[in-house]
Design a protein around this ligand. Structure first.
Ligand code: AMP
Ligand code: MG
Length: 410
């Protein structure tokens, strides 16, 4: 049994040491890269921006010319999508310019249209006592990135920001890592699959679906192996068959009950255990370790997740996520927490760190978090009302309304 911090550190230690996955054989079309992981850095072939860019609609000027009452002669106009081909901007001259247009040579700043006035004489004057700094409202060529610079590192998960960056470099496709393959085995004699009719004493296998969904949303390929009964021989066979995956996720059967046989099956397969429990609630019986793959010298990591559905989700988000990210080639793997103010008093626990289903709400000024009333870690209805899990560190008897706490987001 490890403390929460120790268990997380242990997972992160192993995750940081796993080998990078193989890259995909072919580059993947940019539009299909969302949620995947870059196998190679992206470089920009040209300066970003490729020309000194005006960030305003206004007038390209020599900044020193801007002073109250000083008239400037307008020698033309340049808009986005074209280049000024007239003479360079001279003393007390200006070129009307639009946002996104290249700043003509000679000019070193852009006076905003809102700050300019055209007289009946057709000359431009600044409104009021304003002055202009050199460089104002202009992004110099190459200021964001120089040609040849790395703009995205290998190991980065692709979100809209990475897609935008790659597109701005003209990349039609990207080199990605292969997705890790996750095998999911839900154990329990009481389980039936959706689509079949349960007896009154049976329940549907919801964890298999939840784990597949969470694995997919982390960029993995999930393979659901259906349910396995609480029978040692069968469990052993099922685990042995699933152990060529990159990660093995087992649900149920890791507690102290007579029919909790997953750990025994793993022992029979000569598993190495890194921990067999963490002082967290829900999720205390969680098991983490590895078994040798069919081939020598390769390992398959596994998690034995407690069967209660909220425990399953909490354990996934805390421990499985970092391992899965690492197996997918990501470099940023630790779970992320946000800070919020407790909406109501909550009772803590002396021994366990709690991760309670909760609703994070608020606006840009203040974010508060409210624990969802629940009937314990089997309460999927309460879990479905939550959008995260508030963290209540162990050893604190009472957390008070208004206190700052951490929240693990979905
Ligand atoms: P266990 O971890 O096997 O002791 O199971 C703890 C609780 O979780 C029991 O009430 C099980 O019925 C329930 N449970 C186990 N596996 C699943 C599953 N795949 N889907 C939904 N509930 C489950
Ligand atoms: Mg069970």
């Amino acid at each position: 049994m490890l403390e929460f911090e120790e268990a997380l550190a242990e997972v992160l230690r192993h995750a940081s040491a796993v080998a990078k996955p193989a890259p995909e054989r072919e580059p993947v079309a940019l539009k299909n890269t969302l949620g995947r992981v870059l196998a190679e850095p992206v470089q920009t072939e040209r300066d970003q921006p490729p020309f000194a860019r005006s960030t305003r609609d206004g007038y390209a000027v020599r900044s020193g010319d801007i002073s109250e009452g000083q008239p400037l002669r307008i020698i033309g106009m340049v808009r986005a999508g074209e280049m000024w081909r007239g003479s360079q901007v001279g003393n007390c001259e200006t070129v009307e310019i639009m946002t996104g247009a290249p700043v003509p040579t000679g000019a070193d700043a852009v006076l905003m249209v809102e700050h300019a006035e055209i007289g009946t004489d057709g000359l431009l004057r600044v409104r009021g006592e304003r002055t202009l700094q050199a460089g104002e409202n202009v992004v110099p060529q190459g200021a964001e990135a120089h040609a040849g610079a790395e703009v995205l590192p290998a190991g980065r998960r692709v979100t809209a920001a990475e897609i935008a960056m790659a597109a701005s470099c003209g990349r039609a496709s990207l080199n990605l890592f292969k997705r890790p393959v996750v095998e999911i085995v839900a154990t329990g004699d009481e389980l039936v699959e959706v689509g079949t009719k349960p007896e009154p004493w049976q329940i549907y296998n919801s964890n298999g679906y939840a784990l597949a969904a969470m694995a997919q949303s982390e960029g993995a390929e999930a393979s659901r192996q259906g349910t396995a009964p609480d029978v040692l021989d069968e469990l052993r066979e099922r685990l042995a068959a699933a152990r060529d995956a990159d990660l093995l996720l087992l649900s149920g059967g890791v507690s102290m009950g007579k029919y909790d046989l997953v750990e025994r099956a793993l022992v029979d397969l000569h598993a190495e255990f890194f921990f067999t429990g963490a002082w967290i609630q829900p999720g205390k019986p969680i098991v983490f370790g590895r078994i040798a793959k069919g081939k020598a010298s390769a390992w398959t990591y596994f998690f034995g997740l407690p069967g209660n559905p909220v425990s399953t989700e909490v354990c996934f988000r805390l421990f499985v996520t970092p391992m899965l990210r690492a197996l997918g080639g990501q470099t940023e793997i630790a779970p992320r927490f946000v800070e919020a103010l407790l909406a109501e008093d909550v009772r803590g626990e002396t021994r366990v760190t709690r991760f309670l289903p909760s609703v994070l709400q608020g606006n840009w000024k203040q974010v508060s978090v409210r624990v969802v009333p629940w009937h314990g870690s089997g309460d999927l209805a309460a879990n479905a009302r939550a959008n995260g899990f508030v963290v209540l560190p162990n050893g604190v008897e009472r957390f008070s309304a208004g206190e700052s706490v951490r929240v693990l987001l979905r």
